[in-house]
Design a protein. Structure first.
Length: 334
């Protein structure tokens, strides 16, 4: 069975160096956060590797195609004037990587969110000139969520091009980290993990997706598609409650909140191989709204990840959809 995975990360030292020249604007990394962050970067060589460990992993995990993306927004701390050029360079580099192994790799563009009009142009350039299959975005920009009308041109362009936008978590703002996650009752490093990969940044990006729905963007752009990792970033379990409280009479939306998740949002495991979560998402949203993703190289597997899908109780038809069919359809992969 063909396997396509869509949240598989890449880095380039030139882009990392260019981005590191600028301080964070809405989130900082106190010492314990730095320890946590750098502890995750044991994968740094794997992120930048293309021909060695990555291909070996794909062969071992029976992955035919990885959709590559930069591990986080490459211009989240960069002023608007410089962000456009850095993103263009990053996408040029990524295109070169895909061209080395066009049968094994596809790519999501990285966008200069600081300049929405230029970001829309860059998305179009990457899709039309390079054959990229969408874009990956994450976090916020200088405290602004992307439901702000300023960013509408980006999503309008994605709908026009019929390519999805994939969410990726980023560090929550300092005020969120300090208020919700750090405590004198447990070590700072635990608070750092709680605020980020352990819980916080998943809730953060889940709320972001919910805000997009509430903004009415899908009423304006019914063809717009989002990919939400980590089984929907906590929101699916709350949709019934949200429908109950925030009804169309008050939201002004044409449909229930859950309807937009059923129609416009696609879910991936992002390496969370949880049988219960997997079965819940498939049951509630259907196998046609699940796309496989392994979050390479951040997750280690005790058991072959492909076997997790292949040995599930789903029908062969549903397995085919999740393994490759949905990705081919939504991303227009040939």
């Amino acid at each position: 069975m063909k396997i396509i995975t869509v949240e598989e990360h890449f880095a380039d030292q030139r882009i990392m160096d260019a981005n590191a020249k600028y301080p964070k604007t809405n989130s900082t990394l106190p010492p314990n956060f730095q320890k946590m962050y750098h502890s995750m970067r044991f994968t740094g060589e794997k992120l930048m590797d293309i021909d060695g460990a990555r291909i070996d992993f794909m062969n071992e995990q029976k992955v035919d195609v990885q959709v590559l993306s930069y591990t986080g927004p490459v211009s989240d701390r960069v002023p608007a004037a410089e962000a456009v050029e850095i993103c263009r360079q990053a996408n040029d580099i990524l295109y070169g990587v895909v061209q080395k192994h066009p049968d094994r790799f596809a790519a999501f563009a990285t966008l200069p969110m600081a300049n929405p009009k230029e970001a829309a142009k860059e998305l179009e350039r990457c899709v039309k000139d390079y054959g990229f299959v969408g874009a990956l975005i994450g976090g916020t920009w200088q405290g602004k969520f992307y439901d702000d009308p300023t960013f509408f041109p980006i999503f309008e362009k994605a709908a026009e091009l019929d390519v999805p936008i994939s969410w990726h978590p980023e560090f929550p703002a300092d005020v969120i980290q300090n208020y919700y996650y750090l405590s004198n009752s447990y070590p700072d490093l635990v608070g750092a993990e709680f605020a980020t990969a352990g819980f916080g940044w998943h809730l953060d990006v889940g709320l972001h997706m919910a805000r997009m729905v509430l903004s009415g963007i899908f009423d304006k752009l019914p063809n717009l598609k989002f990919i939400s990792g980590h089984w929907g970033e906590t929101i699916p379990a709350m949709l019934d409650r949200m429908d109950q409280i925030m009804r169309p009479q008050t939201t002004g939306l044409k449909k229930k909140i859950s309807d937009y998740y059923h129609e416009n949002v696609y879910f991936t495991p992002s390496g969370i191989l949880s049988k219960d979560q997997f079965e819940y998402i498939v049951k509630v949203f259907g196998a046609d709204h699940v796309i496989w993703a392994l979050d390479y190289p951040y997750i280690s597997f005790e058991k072959c990840s492909t076997d997790f899908l292949l040995e599930s109780n789903l029908s062969d038809e549903k397995k085919e959809l999740i393994a490759h069919g949905n990705a081919e359809r939504i991303l227009h992969l040939k």
